[in-house]
Ligand binder design. Structure first.
Ligand code: PLP
Length: 406
């Protein structure tokens, strides 16, 4: 009844985790949702003022398919400042969130049968979109290398059909921030093998512990003609529901995206475009700095509580707002009640017994990880982490004692 393409994907795992949190809450359970990929914070006043002003002015029509020229110009200016490379508005397309920018990129760049390198663990949408374009995601495991890809591993995954590599830094789900050396090596590899780089910097505003986010384009300017930079305001200004993202790419790619978007969604919401334009023209980077401060405090709080975990090392969590736990020791030890289980089992039991919702790494191509978001309210984070620690540690102790007696 349905097209073959519907067999290529399931609903996003993070959306499923969110739905199960809401369903359990609706049944009256005390649920702590640490699965959300968003920050609890007030909207910057420049965003609300821009939106209200646009509504008051009676703005309600279509805009150019890939966004108003003034907004594209303002984004080109922002990106030029961030990268040190001069971008023009012809190289910018405004989209319904970063997700649409990424989907547009896969549809205009990939042919059926092409392959795309996706370092794993990966945000599952990367793989799903590649499949939807008829191409094949090729995952390269980064777990043994601090969640940053090893260049030799990427090199050995290349085939004559490789067309692109996805680079997501700071990374969802791992919180890893790629070092300059890795970014330079990826750019050199892409140049040598004629690959596109899909550079997702949605979490670029949030780095911690002195780490700094760098655009691959600033480090290796020659890669610019082969790079699709993707970003959005969803995370950087805590406005996920407004759906404004953008891509920066060579003008020919942007033209193709414009044609594609003209047949799919047309322009992103006009009021949201005005809100972001007003923010770019009148705001400063203060709103991001406030969120960064909030996240840095939340990160420390989460890490401090999780440091009590016995069989799980603390994550580096250098960027974004995720704590990604490596459960491989816990799942792999014959002394553990979790021996032979997966992160799915842990996440399901955690929800069942404690009401804490997290995202199992299986969703990200890694059955040994567990993602906790620290974007939410500190009290919930504190309570959720305490419950997680008590659950993982005591359950293990209790069951081992019972097991020893038998
Ligand atoms: N890219 C990454 C790595 C993400 O984690 C997300 C959202 O979670 C997105 C893109 C999509 O962002 P948006 O809400 O702007 O579509």
């Amino acid at each position: 009844m349905l097209a073959h393409r519907t067999t290529l994907f399931t609903a996003s795992g993070t959306a499923l985790a969110r739905a199960s949190a809401r369903a359990a809450s609706a049944k009256g359970r005390d649920i702590i949702d640490l699965s959300a990929g968003e920050i609890s914070a007030n909207l910057p006043s420049t965003i609300s003022e821009g939106a209200i002003d646009a509504i008051r002015r009676g703005i309600n029509g279509y805009t150019d398919t890939i966004g108003m020229a003034e907004l594209r110009q303002a984004l080109a200016h922002k990106l030029s400042q961030e990268t040190g490379q001069a971008y023009s508005f012809e190289e910018i397309a405004v989209t319904g969130g970063a997700k649409q920018a990424l989907f547009n990129a896969t549809l205009v760049l990939l042919d059926p049968g092409d392959q795309v390198i996706v370092p794993a663990p990966y945000w599952s949408t990367f793989a799903a979109q590649v499949l939807l374009a008829g191409a094949q995601p090729v995952s390269v495991d980064t777990r043994e290398n601090g969640y940053v890809p090893n260049i030799a591993d990427i090199e050995s995954a290349l085939t004559p059909r490789t067309r692109a590599i996805v680079v997501n830094t700071p990374n969802n789900p791992t919180g890893a921030v790629y070092d300059d050396q890795t970014l330079v090596a990826i750019a050199e590899l892409a140049l040598a093998h004629d690959l596109w780089v899909i550079f997702d910097e949605c979490y670029g505003a949030f780095t911690h512990q002195g780490r700094r986010h760098r655009s691959i384009v600033s480090l290796v300017p020659q890669i610019r003609s082969r790079t699709i930079t993707v970003n959005s305001f969803s995370k950087s200004l805590a406005m996920t529901g407004w759906r404004i993202g953008y891509m920066a790419a060579p003008a020919a790619v942007v033209s193709a995206v414009k044609a594609l978007q003209s047949h799919s969604t047309s322009n992103p919401n006009v009021i949201a475009q005005h809100a972001v334009l007003h923010h770019l023209q009148n705001g400063d980077r203060e709103a991001e700095a406030i969120l960064r401060e909030q996240l840095t405090a939340a990160r420390s709080l989460g890490l401090e509580i999780l440091s009590k975990l016995k069989d799980v090392d603390l994550p580096a969590a250098e960027g974004g707002f995720y704590l990604y736990l490596d459960l491989s020791r816990l799942l792999g030890s014959s002394n553990s009640v979790w021996a032979g289980k997966t992160a799915d089992d842990v996440a399901a039991a955690l929800l069942e017994e404690t009401g804490v919702v997290v995202v199992p790494g299986t969703v990200f191509g890694d059955p040994t990880g567990l993602r906790l978001s620290y974007g939410g309210l500190p009290d919930r984070l504190r309570a959720g982490c305490h419950r997680l620690v008590a659950f993982l540690d005591t359950r293990n102790d209790r069951n081992l004692v019972v097991g020893a007696r038998q």
